[in-house]
Design a protein around this ligand. Structure first.
Ligand code: NAD
Length: 370
């Protein structure tokens, strides 16, 4: 096989397409990884420096996430090379040109990602009639504003709690990152009687053993301020968030925040991952050996993509949220039961669940047989 197939394996990618239109300065790449379960959904990332290989890895992550969520969609990802903060008229030209160049690739549905937003998705829809993450006026369900991912995380906590011997009502949670995911996780956990005992954002961290006032924190963030501006809160070193005793620890900020250097300091029974890859493999193994359960990112944080798929199917907001609850509860239960039965790591169980769904779907597709 040639150099261009160096990252191909038995699952994909099925298509790698580079598009180039010098008259508008368009340079872009699309990777459609696997479409056995249906047309792929994945974000359009606008960035100056993403490689084809990284685009493939992001597309594969979407294959696994969409399959794990049981969606009728495969995984794909696209990259538009450029500065997302360029002049707005130029950004619109580039996004529209990217959509037109890929308009006939019917097995890829554009979604928003780093550097693109709902307005970009409206331009794509206008050009080719195929995108998710749209403005409400075009039938979109504003998943970050509504907290689709945080809502799903709270359901994962419900299902995992009995596996970790604690009651959700009255449990303590620590949340790292207080943006679209963390803020709504706090809100939905709070509704279940969980005390949020420590939170952080990029500007600071605070703790309160009796439980923080979540409504006041939400107000602060809506005013563009930091959680550390909460009156009367005790400031702590953001690094000390891992030391706060709790039943649930929710990473909702950056990758690799739990690693071999700090994993032994965690005093929690359950980790439910809002952020993508918040733990190194080594840290995950150490936690597993200590009996701490972690619900992997692409199981727990699938609320956003489930919401997007439901939007694409023309569903209402209510139906989308019902689907998030149903799918995340079922998948969390399946993964944790598998962990108990086979003694594998939760991530291994989750990968097996997703890959077996993809492979079963592949047996029903002509191109996988001939
Ligand atoms: P966001 O930008 O809305 O919020 C990120 C939050 O993390 C902010 O409060 C920011 O201040 C904080 N933060 C940044 N660096 C920090 C640090 N070093 N320590 C503590 N806090 C820090 O982003 P988001 O949409 O909430 O996404 C958070 C994570 O979840 C990302 O990894 C994202 O890929 C992942 N994710 C998001 C969704 C979604 O629906 N938005 C879905 C799946 C996964």
């Amino acid at each position: 096989m040639g150099e261009e197939f160096r990252f191909a394996d038995d699952l994909g990618p099925t298509k790698v397409i580079h598009v180039y239109e010098p008259s508008v300065g368009l340079r872009g790449t699309l990777v459609v990884d696997n479409v056995a379960t249906g047309p792929s959904i994945g974000g359009l990332r606008m960035a100056p420096d993403v490689s084809t290989e990284e685009c493939f890895r992001l597309a594969r992550a979407m294959t696994m996430k969409n399959a794990a969520a049981g969606l009728p969609h495969g995984g794909g990802k696209s990259v538009l090379y450029g500065d997302p903060r360029c002049e707005p008229a130029q950004k619109e030209r580039l996004v529209r040109a990217m959509a037109c160049a890929l308009g006939d690739v019917g097995d890829y549905i554009f979604g928003p990602d780093m550097g693109t937003d709902e307005v970009c998705m409206a331009w794509v829809k206008d050009e080719i009639g195929r995108s998710v993450g749209l403005p409400r006026e075009l039938g979109g369900i504003p998943l970050d504003e509504l907290g689709a991912t945080g809502f799903g995380l709270a359901h994962a906590v419900d299902v995992a709690a009995p596996h970790c011997d604690f009651e959700v009502d009255g449990a303590r949670a620590v949340i790292q990152g207080f943006g679209s995911v963390g803020l709504h996780a706090a809100r939905f956990l709070g509704e279940r009687g969980v005390r949020i005992v420590a939170v952080s954002d990029s500007r600071g961290a605070i703790a309160e053993p009796a439980g923080l006032d979540v409504d006041a924190l939400v107000e602060l963030k809506r005013d563009g301020r930091s959680v550390s501006d909460l009156p009367g809160a005790t400031a702590i070193d953001p690094e000390a968030l891992v030391d706060v005793e709790c039943e649930v620890w929710v990473p909702a900020a950056r990758p690799d925040v739990i690693h071999e250097g700090n994993v032994d300091r965690l005093r929690t029974k359950l980790i439910v991952s809002g952020a993508n890859i918040p733990m190194t493999d080594a840290a995950e193994r150490i936690l597993h050996e200590r009996g701490v359960i972690s619900v992997p990112d692409f199981i727990a944080n699938a609320g956003g993509v489930i919401c997007a798929a439901m939007e694409y199917a023309g569903s209402t907001q209510t139906a989308a949220f019902e689907s998030i609850a149903e799918r995340i509860r079922a998948n969390t239960a399946q993964v944790l039961d598998d962990v108990k039965r086979r003694g594998v790591l939760p991530r291994e169980a989750a990968v097996d669940l997703a890959a077996s769904r993809v492979r079963t779907a592949m047996t029903m597709r002509r191109w996988s047989v001939f």
